[in-house]
Design a binder for this molecule. Structure first.
Ligand SMILES: Cc1cc2nc3c(=O)[nH]c(=O)nc-3n(C[C@H](O)[C@H](O)[C@H](O)COP(=O)(O)O)c2cc1C
Length: 161
């Protein structure tokens, strides 16, 4: 059977979508790029599944949590890749976010796992989000810190036979 990959992502402002697209464009298999708001994702069509979500206030987006809880048994049968987008600067806390983003049984099975960086896009945030980020970062300018080097490594791991 020919390998087919689903890159399934949840995003609030579009950053995880950028990372998911970058991954999808560079995989060596046939790929479907699937936003989680799409209904009826048929996992049976794929032997490889990559999940990506951003982290907000320490937790993954609810859409992604619901998706992997609902599909846990089927996901465990796939070749897996897992990534998160976030702006946490501290390495230990990035690792903590990664370790808690996805269930241990998916992490154990994953061929590649990555903290892919992120962006602060103030024009897309609501008032409360802007206030929080301004207070925490002491800055109100857009910042783009997607870690393309980390994504390249993730992609090369996923492309290994
Ligand atoms: C209100 C708010 C809370 C956030 N909390 C976290 C966090 O706890 N950890 C983190 O790594 N990044 C955090 N971020 C950064 C986001 O993960 C980052 O903006 C990411 O690129 C968003 O991706 P998305 O557009 O795909 O949702 C936060 C951003 C906002 C606006």
């Amino acid at each position: 059977m020919k390998t087919k990959t689903a890159v399934i992502y949840a995003t609030m402002y579009g950053t995880t979508e950028k990372a998911a697209k970058y991954i999808a464009e560079n995989l060596s298999t046939e790929v479907d790029l699937i936003p989680l708001d799409k209904k009826n994702i048929n996992l049976a069509n794929y032997d490889t599944v990559i999940l990506g979500t951003s982290i907000h206030m320490g937790v993954v987006l609810g859409q992604m949590k619901r998706f992997y809880k609902h599909n846990l048994e089927e996901l465990k049968t796939k070749t897996l890749g897992l990534f998160i987008c976030g702006m946490e600067p501290n390495l230990d806390r990035q690792n903590h976010e990664l370790n808690t983003a996805y269930p241990p049984e998916l992490q154990q099975k994953a061929k590649a796992i990555a903290f892919a960086g992120g962006e602060f896009l103030f024009d897309k945030m609501n008032f409360f989000q802007k206030t929080i980020i301004k207070a925490v970062t002491k800055n109100d300018k857009n910042v783009s810190q997607i870690h393309y080097d980390v994504l390249d490594h993730f992609i090369s791991q996923m492309n290994k036979p």
